[in-house]
Design a protein around this ligand. Structure first.
Ligand SMILES: [Zn+2]
Length: 50
């Protein structure tokens, strides 16, 4: 409530570094903070957790 749909869109464009948890721009090949290559898209679905 109260949040604009654009906010969700921005979140979906963020990738999280698996190593340092830094936020990176979606499509980045590597973390800009630590250089780690493995990034993952940020999702709302926490139920899909292994
Ligand atoms: Zn990182």
């Amino acid at each position: 409530m109260g949040k604009s749909p654009l906010a969700d869109a921005e979140i979906s464009k963020i990738w999280i570094c698996k190593k340092c948890k830094a936020r990176n721009k979606a499509g980045s090949e590597k973390c800009r903070r630590c250089g780690y290559r493995y990034l993952r898209p940020r999702r709302k679905e926490l139920k899909a957790k292994k």
